[in-house]
Design a protein around this ligand. Sequence first.
Ligand SMILES: [Zn+2]
Length: 315
Amino acid sequence: MSDVALENLGCPLNCPSGDAAILTGRDLIHGLPGTFTIVRCRTCGLMRTNPRPTPSSMGFFYPDDYGPYLGTQVPTAAPRSKPFAPLRKIVRRLFEFNTTRLPKLPPGRMLEIGCASGAFMHKMAAEGWQVQGIEFSPKAAAAARALGYPVHAGSLETAPAPAEPFDLIVGWMVLEHLHDPVLALEKLKAWMKPGGWLVLSIPNAGALEAKVFRDNWYALHLPNHLYHYSKKTIRLVLDVTGWKLDKIHFQRILFDSIASFGYVLRKIGMSRLGSRLITFPEQPGYWIYALYPLALVAAAIGQTGRMTIWARKAA
Ligand SMILES: [Zn+2]
């Protein structure tokens, strides 16, 4: 931790200085050293991790086994045709988890920020989209490139402007990791066709589970998550950067509640059950279906831990 440089920044919305400290927590995913505080801007309500690791020291908190890099690897073997394809289609329609929900659009040009190893781009390319990505991890970017897609290995901040604007820009659980979300959203707006769609998933720091589990909340993910958006503050940040929020889909999953409960159990010494619950988001198995009715209710009242937002370039 001694070589991790920290920086202390004000609210990115240029509010007058003045924050309330909300909670203090640690890296619970990798157990890396350091204690981090989350503050809330007294003017606009936006919550952020402050102080925070600088952009150049942040790599320390993204080891090579960082889950999201591994999770999207596309198998290199020829795809096996899946059995019961029609049945799978019905099940997919019946259970809309809202995790990567997109507006109905004809295929066009898509950019994925934080494309990891390329699984989502691969899926969209199969549906006729012309895809490209930006990925901070060189290893994950190389894996995505090996699938044949153009990927900028580096940050969104350093990525060059595209030759042609996009019809759709997506980012799955990415915005909360960015050091300068205002700059990022302005940059994405400049790369977008008029009427194009921005679709982002982010944790919902306004959810009841965030308030209940506090520093044990799974989606807090300190210190990698630098901003902690609620329904109200994501709208504000989009407004300021020239985007019009169209819709918020609360994801119909209870991953974060279950994994957070796992953290609590681990802390009180129930390590075995705790560890099993912590890995639930990666391996939910059939439980994802069993919990769906409950998740559906929680999502309907805006209380699940993740949300998918749809926005368009403001006129
Ligand atoms: Zn503010």
